[in-house]
Design a protein around this ligand. Structure first.
Ligand code: BGC
Length: 255
């Protein structure tokens, strides 16, 4: 348990919105409303950081900030950003975040952030201490993100959304939630695709538990029956806020 101020601003940079809220890192509750701005289409890195700065301004916040970023962040360097501009690649995002003038800033992959939150306060909480437990959180949204935990420890930057089927279809093109919305796909068809995807995942990893997250989980009852029975799959419980909660917690732990 941390002894200092437990509040940090969590920011989740998504393909559609940038969401942000103050979070109490002791219990994972939100300490403010969630404010969001549109993720500007095709914006250069600095413009996107200016959007985050605008959120900080609205919260009048200068304390710890944790950001969930939709790509691989190796320490502070962005290595992939599939749904953002390619000029993110190679950028030192922590350097860029100096613009925010906050007390401290941590940036983690958005799915890893959601995983941290679900493991600490949500669907993975009971399994935290389990020695040898392998837990995989999969976020189904604009893309597919993943967070892998072994004995409660995060293995950062796994990218299970970019594995391929035998027919050469990338997982995101098979089962992202955005795909269902865009093409008005039935829940049955999409559920079948998610099922196919989870079987694909099981060819390369053997999680004891898979937690499915992302806003689409609100509709769990519409597609859960199509998921494979041989894998233990449960819905995330922190909903769409898991990413910003986990990012905020990471900022406090590292402060
Ligand atoms: C990115 C991941 C990210 C996921 C969800 C994928 O396209 O490669 O890093 O976690 O989208 O935003």
């Amino acid at each position: 348990m941390q002894s200092g101020d437990p509040i940090a601003l969590g920011v989740d940079i998504g393909g559609t919105f940038i969401k942000s809220a103050l979070v109490n890192s002791r219990d994972g509750t939100l300490a403010s409303d969630v404010l969001k701005v549109d993720t500007p289409a095709n914006a250069p890195p600095l413009s996107l950081i200016h959007c985050v700065a605008e959120l900080l301004r609205r919260f009048q916040w200068g304390g710890a900030v944790g950001i969930g970023f939709p790509g691989v962040v190796d320490r502070s360097i962005v290595r992939t950003a599939v749904h953002l501009r390619s000029d993110w690649i190679g950028i030192n995002i922590i350097e860029l975040c100096r613009q925010l003038r906050c007390s401290t800033c941590q940036v983690v992959n958005d799915a890893d952030a959601a995983g941290i939150a679900e493991m600490t306060f949500g669907a993975g909480k009971q399994r935290q201490a389990g020695k040898g437990d392998v837990i995989l959180l999969v976020t189904l949204g604009t893309g597919i993100g993943s967070a892998l935990f072994v004995s409660g420890q995060l293995v950062p930057n796994t990218e299970f959304g970019h594995i391929y089927t035998e027919d050469g279809v990338e997982a995101e093109a098979l089962a992202a939630a955005s795909l269902r919305e865009r093409s008005n796909m039935s829940w049955e068809e999409w559920g079948g695709r998610v099922s196919q995807y989870l079987r694909l995942v099981r060819r390369i990893a053997q999680p004891d538990l898979i937690i499915l997250g992302g806003g689409v989980i609100e509709n769990w009852n519409r597609f859960a029956m199509y998921l494979p029975s041989e894998v233990r799959v449960v819905p995330a419980v922190l909903g769409n806020h898991a990413g910003l909660i986990g990012a905020a917690c990471r900022a406090i732990i590292s402060a």
